[in-house]
Write a protein that binds this ligand. Structure first.
Ligand code: SER
Length: 322
């Protein structure tokens, strides 16, 4: 049977790259991108697109009925920093959006669903270093506890309805193709833009705030290999820890300075995102993902920084020409 893949939230930081990757594998016509907002050029011209609002059940039902997807990726979410400004909306969208999609996946016999979780499911009392898959989880952001509750729903649908749901707890994601969507880890993307444009950056996180991060190519590869793995290899039906690279703003700045020697960094005094970052792990143990579906990281800090600077430099030069 040929696959028909629906990506909901296709315009975001992950969706922008995931849709292109999936279209490369399955063919453009087989991958339906959808989002509440107008798509960018690559998505609009690369294949089918539908407007989707995850809070509108009728709209979603219509899309499922029209396309009969065999796989669904639900990427629409409100992230940590924006979630603290709009807590009720973040809860509603992150939670009811997921439940709507899980229900439709059951109704339309979707064979596999992917839903992203996050390092934000951990909280101040979770172990900070090499945070294990199972430990105390007391997230104190709306985003974090919506993701934790979402993980429970995913596992519940797997057991109650036999729905093949798979999930990853992404670290902060670093990419140059699309902007990050209002999270606490966004500084690690902003810094590259500012380094290339102004040779200086004011970090909203403090000098030694280490967090787990990952270059987008690794995140996309992890997602596709989890989705490709035989179902019997998936021992975790809530969400898999994924470690990535752990660094703080000072270490990232030092690596950027190797390419841009006069780059300077300074630090903002008070930012609400600092408290969020302080509640999250500094590094993550992902041995279960390695064991179950052979996960291996490819981008370490030097490789990620070099790749980001090279690509973003070309991108920024192109955008000046246009
Ligand atoms: N990158 C996300 C955020 O900062 C974490 O999943 O909100």
């Amino acid at each position: 049977m040929s696959e028909k893949i629906l990506v909901i939230g296709a315009n975001g930081q992950i969706g922008t790259e995931l849709v292109v990757a999936l279209r490369g594998i399955y063919g453009a016509a087989q991958v339906i991108a959808s989002d509440i907002n107008n798509p960018g050029y690559a998505i609009r011209n690369g294949g089918p697109f539908e407007f989707a609002n995850v809070l509108d059940q009728d709209n979603l039902h219509h899309i499922f009925q029209k396309h009969r997807p065999t796989q669904v990726y639900l990427l629409a979410a409100i992230l940590s920093a924006v979630g603290e400004q709009k807590p009720k909306l973040a809860w509603d969208l992150n939670m009811n959006g997921l439940i709507h999609v899980l229900d439709l996946a059951v109704e339309f016999n979707v064979s596999k669903v992917f839903w992203p979780s996050s390092i934000a499911v951990f909280g101040p009392n979770s172990p900070k270093q090499d945070t294990p898959q199972y430990c105390v989880m007391d997230p104190n952001t709306v985003y974090g506890f919506s993701k934790l509750a979402g993980e429970r729903w995913c596992e519940y649908y797997y057991h109650k309805h036999g729905l093949d749901v798979r999930s990853i707890r992404y670290p902060g994601l670093i990419s140059w193709k699309a902007a990050p969507g209002g999270g606490t880890t966004d500084y690690a993307v902003h810094i590259f833009h500012e380094a290339l444009k102004n040779k200086s950056y004011t970090s909203f996180l403090s000098v030694h705030t280490a967090l787990p991060m990952m270059y987008m190519d690794d995140a996309i590869r992890a997602t596709l290999s989890l989705m490709d793995a035989p179902a019997e290899q998936i021992s975790i039906r809530s969400s898999y820890n994924l470690g990535g690279i752990s660094f703080d703003p000072e270490q990232l700045a030092a690596e950027i300075k190797k390419h841009i020697p006069d780059f300077t960094i300074d630090y903002a005094d008070h930012d609400p995102r600092q408290a969020i970052a302080d509640s999250w792990p500094k590094s993550i143990d992902d041995s279960q993902a390695q064991k179950d579906w052979g996960w291996q990281l490819e981008y370490d800090l030097p490789k990620m920084v070099e790749t980001m600077l090279t690509n973003l430099k070309t991108e920024l030069a192109e955008s000046v020409k246009v």
